[in-house]
Design a protein around this ligand. Structure first.
Ligand SMILES: N[C@@H]1[C@@H](O)[C@H](O)[C@@H](COP(=O)(O)O)O[C@@H]1O
Length: 246
């Protein structure tokens, strides 16, 4: 695993945007797996800034998001669809027909999971998957205990994940308790993975990922089974690793 330690959130966001831009500029067609949450927001802002300054084209970029809340339609302001349109797709002029996000409002959720998984299978896994990490070590919405062999599935969110993400909902009582997420096996199909972590709240999860055993009780530890993973993390997120792990 390639670990890049940076000073803070802003540096993490710049380094991660540079990493992604190299992929975008280096190929005629590129498939990106994208994440949501607070962590990648700065990265998307940097990509938007670059697009404004350098007119970087996204015409050859196809995207596949990790997850979506069950019950939220794509036009719901609190859906991950809306998040992606607002923070990346619209500002960089990414053709919307080249974007893919699980449909959390699909009438047949199991069928939707199968459709999404086959879509990713059909491209042989994304070229680069961007990941954040949950405080309990989840990736996508794969909660502790998820089998490493899982493909895209519907998940019941744990109390800790609900609590950590409640801040993103104006009315926390409207926060969905289920989500559709790429599975661990789906994520591991990616040709390359970039995981971002910032802040003290992530230090235990990062410690388990980097120094703990590979176990289904820490979903992110599955990344140790992949041979092209880069982690960009700030000093706060690496605090425990640096103090105990050397
Ligand atoms: N499904 C998302 C994850 O993809 C994300 O990594 C996590 C951490 O969020 P944040 O970056 O806001 O800490 O939140 C959610 O659970």
């Amino acid at each position: 695993m390639n670990i890049i330690e940076v000073a803070n959130y802003e540096e993490m966001s710049r380094a991660s945007a540079d990493f992604i831009l190299k992929k975008i500029k280096g190929s005629e067609k590129v498939t990106l797996g994208l994440a949501t949450g607070g962590t990648p927001l700065g990265t998307y802002q940097e990509l938007v800034k670059d697009h404004k300054e350098n007119e970087t084209s996204y015409d050859h970029v196809h995207t596949y998001n990790l997850d979506e809340y069950v019950g939220l339609t794509p036009d719901d302001q609190e859906s991950y669809h809306a998040y992606m349109c607002e923070h990346l797709f619209h500002p960089v002029n990414l053709p919307l027909e080249q974007t893919n996000i699980p449909n959390g409002a699909a009438p047949e959720l199991l069928q939707e999971c199968l459709r999404y998984d086959m879509l990713i299978e059909s491209i042989g896994g994304v070229d680069l998957q961007l990941l954040g990490i949950g405080e309990n070590g989840h990736i996508g919405f794969n909660e502790p205990g998820t089998l490493f062999s899982t493909s895209t599935h519907v998940v019941d969110l744990t109390p800790s994940t609900l609590e950590a993400n409640a801040k993103y909902f104006k009315d926390p009582s409207k926060q969905p308790t289920q989500a559709i997420t790429m599975g661990i096996a789906t994520i591991l199909k990616s040709k390359e993975i970039l995981l971002l972590a910032s802040g003290e709240r992530k230090q235990e999860a990062l410690f388990h990922l980097l120094r703990g055993e590979v176990t289904e009780s820490v979903p992110a530890s599955a990344l140790n089974m992949h041979d092209r993973v880069t982690i960009i993390a700030d000093s706060q997120a690496l605090k425990l690793v640096n103090s105990l792990g050397k």
